[in-house]
Write a protein that binds this ligand. Structure first.
Ligand SMILES: Cc1ncc(COP(=O)(O)O)c(C=O)c1O
Length: 398
């Protein structure tokens, strides 16, 4: 029997990253390939206490079906978490809980994109977003970035040319670029959203993972200073990188009409996000444990990021160019090809596996015009000795 799959699948392929991950089972491999947070950072005691409190104080609700919009105490906690990050006047009703921020992206795709519509993303950007938007039939257009994030003149030119349904940005410590969109550019993007009446999606799972200094406020926090911009802004948040991805908790803040349509689509998808996970996270936030957890994660990742940057410089020298990240989980590396050294990330990835070290080559992260001389290294999960050993192995792969 031949199954006749939906034509929307013609538009997407299995991710190249998944194929690469199959090779990572090899014993002894040091992997910088994943996008996982470090499991050793999980506040297991805190989550356990929060889960116990949820079961003790609200067992009926925590284990029952819940509202599609989300569990109210969780929405309240998220509203105050966001207020702590400069988002003014956010009522719990203006956000919905999603099953990871990935679901928020999916709901935005479902509600906004018809086959043939254009969307603009950064080149490079989060691979699953490219795939998700393509699944809904989008033509995904890539806007170039530099170390300060998306280049706004180019973005505006592309918006004017393509009249996209939406623009998707990861402005703070982007995946994979690590780039940080400057304050000035954030305001420019908001002004552009109003000028061109185009929805901008701010995906912000990494904003809390800053090292020395907090990043500029999110575009959501800045939107009050750009009249009209809130009507064209959707913001996705996530517990994954700060507390636990296994809880599958994200949230979406969007204009009321769009949010209502997302709720409708979510109803048909998973009915609601786990009430138990939401009740647990609500208790966790209420107990006030988040600041200490964030502080621990920031310190650890900052030290690893620095160690990786130092080791890259000392082991690989002029073979690579990169900007030392100010937060997040990734270093985005450009192979320079200096002195005839390897310049192709895909070729290097294969030889690196033979040397016992893994990373993701950069090409899958581009919706258009892939730059084969790029690669992504995650510094989140390996400790410093492993990072140093990994970089020494990587040098042997050249
Ligand atoms: C930029 C970006 N957005 C969204 C996600 C999805 O995260 P989650 O669904 O776990 O919240 C990730 C995960 O790696 C990501 O890097």
């Amino acid at each position: 029997m031949t199954l006749r799959f939906a034509s929307r699948l013609d538009n997407v392929e299995t991710s190249a990253i998944r194929e690469l991950f199959k090779l990572l089972g090899k014993p002894g491999i040091i992997s910088f390939a994943g996008g996982f947070p470090d499991a050793a950072m999980f506040d297991v005691d805190g989550v356990q206490q929060a889960a116990n409190a949820a079961l003790k104080e609200e067992p009926g609700a925590a284990l029952q079906y819940g509202a599609t919009e989300g569990y109210q105490p969780f929405r309240e906690q998220i509203a105050s978490f966001m207020a702590g990050k400069g988002v003014q006047n956010l009522a719990p009703e203006q956000l919905i809980t999603t099953t990871g921020s990935q679901q928020a992206l999916d709901l935005l795709g479902k509600t906004m994109i018809s086959p043939g519509d254009k969307v603009i993303v950064e080149g490079p950007t989060f691979l699953a977003t490219i795939q998700c938007f393509r699944l809904y039939g989008a033509e995904v257009i890539s806007a170039p970035i530099d170390e300060h994030g998306v280049i706004t003149e180019e973005l505006e030119r592309l918006i004017a040319q393509h009249k996209p349904k939406l623009v998707y940005l990861v402005p703070t410590f982007g995946n994979p670029s690590g780039a940080l969109l400057s304050l000035e550019r954030r305001k420019q993007v908001l002004e552009m959203a109003v000028r061109h009446q185009t929805l901008v999606v701010e995906d912000d799972p990494y904003g809390d993972l800053y090292f020395d200094a907090p990043p500029p406020p999110s575009m959501l926090a800045l939107s009050h200073s750009v009249p009209g911009s809130r009507e064209y802004l959707a913001h996705c948040g996530s517990m994954s990188k700060v507390l636990s991805p296994g809880l599958r908790l994200g949230w979406l803040i969007a204009p009321a009409e769009l949010l209502a349509k997302c709720v409708m689509c979510k109803q048909f998808s998973d009915a609601h996000t786990s009430t138990f996970a939401q009740a647990t996270a609500a208790q966790y936030l209420k107990a006030g444990r988040m600041p200490a957890t964030l502080a621990r994660v920031r310190t650890t990742y900052a030290a690893r990021s620095k160690a990786m940057g130092d080791a890259l410089r000392s082991h690989l020298g002029d073979a690579v160019r990169f900007v030392q990240p100010q937060g997040g989980m990734f270093i985005w590396v450009q192979l320079t090809g200096a002195n005839g050294q390897e310049k192709d990330g895909n070729a290097l990835a294969k030889r690196a596996i033979e040397q016992g070290v893994a990373f993701v080559p950069g090409t899958p992260f581009f919706a258009q015009n892939p730059d084969p001389s790029t690669l992504r290294l995650s510094f989140a999960t390996a400790d410093i000795p492993k990072i140093e050993e990994g970089m020494a192995r990587l040098a042997k792969a050249f």
